[in-house]
Ligand binder design. Structure first.
Ligand SMILES: [Mg+2]
Length: 83
């Protein structure tokens, strides 16, 4: 692969979302050993948000897509902490 296109990045974000969902329970189990068991929930919500942003992106700047997707990952976390 010589170049990365917008569609490639959108596929990456879709796959990351799928991977988070597929491993949700395992991540919860791992975090439960020494943490508060929320890692699976956190990763699913963060990568779901990033994927939604990536799929909806209508520009043509890969850097902007990455920035927007990254910024969107924090929104569900901030909403959860604000409760
Ligand atoms: Mg945790």
């Amino acid at each position: 692969m010589d170049q990365i296109f917008l569609e490639d990045l959108q596929k990456v974000f879709a796959r990351l979302k799928d991977m988070a969902q597929e491993n949700r329970d395992y991540l919860i189990e791992l975090d439960g050993v020494m943490g508060d068991s929320d890692l699976g929930l956190t990763m699913v919500s963060a990568f779901t948000a990033a994927n939604e942003t990536a799929q909806a992106y209508s520009g043509n700047e890969l850097g902007e897509l990455l920035l927007r997707a990254g910024m969107s990952m924090s929104k569900p976390l901030l909403q959860r902490w604000a409760r």
